[in-house]
Design a protein around this ligand. Structure first.
Ligand SMILES: Nc1ncnc2c1ncn2[C@@H]1O[C@H](COP(=O)(O)OP(=O)(O)OP(=O)(O)O)[C@@H](O)[C@H]1O
Ligand SMILES: [Mg+2]
Length: 378
């Protein structure tokens, strides 16, 4: 321990013996030597359930509630209004836009109902007649465990067009048995709701879409601006985020991407940030730049699907038109320019040592990328 002179310089005294020394020392330590930061723990947030796990799609959620979930939960009330207790909804749309997660979420919303998710492989078997038996058995289980939600994913594989010369006899019988079971479930007023999902409804037998069967088709298309913002918020909720990350901007520069493509960009972001954290051997915040770099190499792939939608389906569905505009060359060019401009601003900002390194203020006040609703074809 070092010693100091007294104020009048007459004697050596040990400062540790002065009154208030300990308090002064700890105050000094608090201001000059910040305590070592405790190791950062991962940000765990509660996993969202039901519709909370699905970003956007507010209209579809409302329709699913009204047509399928509520009648299942309150069949007596539904009966007063002539509403069947087991609704049917066929979800269709481009790949990766949330049909499967939406159907699962709907089943979770129907609290207390048994969820029976059916894959094509649960039905198709190698023996003659096995497919129809499996189909009958699945509907029987659904009735026994009612109220229940039956979910047929990729339902086009279970109901091929019977008048198609390329469709085998066994497949025709399978379509017949699905139709019969759907009719049976309706007639017995069973509390069995049925959701189907497909991205090729035009390959299905048209009888499946007749009244009393899947007469309600719900288009699940590319996420709009609000949905993209909600999806980004869900995807980044447990990441260590820097203060410059703005989900509104991310939503704008993700126009035309499907939910799965946004999730793919988010995976790239996590990879970039993890690599940097490993290089520095410490947890680093994810920056807006990481998102922009990931989005720069993530491109919409729905064009092929949208080109394949037959006129009969496209005509009745404004969502298809919006989606075609969202991935039009002009819209995507605008998106790419916007991302490059933001990356440039970030780089320039970093060199100049600006407080706002990626120029968020300028970025947000610049003309926004027109959203799906306002795009015009190029
Ligand atoms: N609205 C959304 N909210 C949150 N995540 C989404 C949304 N849409 C898509 N995703 C993400 O995309 C992934 C793929 O979605 P999903 O499997 O439901 O698509 P799909 O429409 O069923 O595709 P396919 O037609 O290929 O079966 C999900 O696991 C999720 O990570
Ligand atoms: Mg799916």
């Amino acid at each position: 321990m070092s010693t100091h002179r007294s104020p009048d310089n007459s004697e050596w005294i040990d400062p540790a013996t002065l009154p208030g020394f300990d308090e002064a020392l700890s105050a000094a330590e608090a201001t000059t030597m910040p305590p070592a930061a405790p190791p950062r723990k991962p940000r765990h947030t509660r996993k969202p359930r039901g519709f909370d796990a699905v970003g956007g799609m507010e209209d579809a959620k409302a329709e699913m509630r009204l047509a399928l979930i509520e009648p299942l939960l309150d069949p007596e009330m539904a009966e007063h209004y002539g509403i069947e207790p087991g609704g049917r909804i066929l979800l269709w749309g481009p790949p990766g836009c949330g049909k499967t997660i939406f159907a699962r979420a709907a089943a979770e919303e129907a609290r207390g109902a048994t969820f029976l998710p059916i894959k094509v492989s649960d039905i198709l078997g190698p023996h003659i007649g096995e497919d129809e038996r499996n189909m009958t058995e699945i509907f029987r289980q659904a009735r026994d465990q009612a109220p229940s939600v039956l979910f047929f994913d990729e339902i086009d594989a279970l109901s091929p067009r019977r008048n198609d010369p390329h469709v085998w006899e066994a497949e025709r019988r399978l379509t017949n048995s699905l139709l019969q079971e759907l009719d049976g479930a309706t007639n017995s007023r069973a509390r069995v709701a049925v959701i189907g999902a497909t991205n090729q409804p035009w390959l299905m037998d048209s009888a499946v879409r007749r009244a009393g069967r899947f007469d309600r088709l719900l288009y699940v298309g590319l996420p709009d601006l609000a949905a993209r913002k909600a999806i980004w918020s869900l995807l980044v909720r447990s990441l260590p985020l820097g203060p410059d990350v703005c989900t509104a901007t991310l939503a704008e520069v993700s126009a035309g991407l499907s939910g799965a493509e946004i999730a793919e960009a988010a995976r790239r972001v996590r990879g970039i940030a993890f690599a940097e954290a490993r290089a520095r051997a410490s947890v680093v915040d994810v920056r807006m730049l990481d998102f922009l770099l990931a989005l720069r190499v993530t491109h919409p792939r729905s064009r092929t699907w949208l080109d394949e939608v037959p006129e009969e389906f496209a005509r009745g569905e404004s969502g298809v038109r919006h989606d075609r505009l969202a991935i039009s060359r002009r819209a995507q060019q605008t998106r790419a320019e916007r991302i490059e401009a933001a990356i440039d601003q970030w780089a320039t900002g970093e060199v100049a040592g600006w407080e706002d390194p990626i120029g968020m203020a300028g970025l947000l006040s610049a003309a926004p990328i027109a959203d799906d609703e306002t795009h015009r074809p190029s």
